[in-house]
Design a binder for this molecule. Sequence first.
Ligand SMILES: [Zn+2]
Ligand SMILES: [Zn+2]
Length: 131
Amino acid sequence: MSGELFVNGDCHCGKISISAKIDKNTVRACHCTDCQKMSGAPLRAIAVTSVNKISIKGKPKEYIKISDSGNKRIQAFCGNCGTQLFATDLKREFFNLRIGFLKQRDILEPKEHVFTKSSLKWVSNILKKMK
Ligand SMILES: [Zn+2]
Ligand SMILES: [Zn+2]
């Protein structure tokens, strides 16, 4: 795959390290209210990988988020420092890595912005300027 890239990073306290192969074309920024609330940030960006392309050292703490539609998603973070690491399905097949803890985050530019209907007003203004 042409967009394939090796990424790695640690949580803030260093207890958990993750490395993975992602596809750069899967990087997206989500502006949904769950992402805003759980990240403490105006938006959350992710890169997608799968179970056979990820290596996790340490044991992330998990929280199961139930969406309005009843869909369950595992949200993983460091139980010590709180760094957000990834979200995955209950079968743990695909992983949405939070790009914030990845060393390569600077080059992981989102290919798309989703749930922009709930973007913060000032973030929408920045997005408009980028167009
Ligand atoms: Zn930590
Ligand atoms: Zn979201």
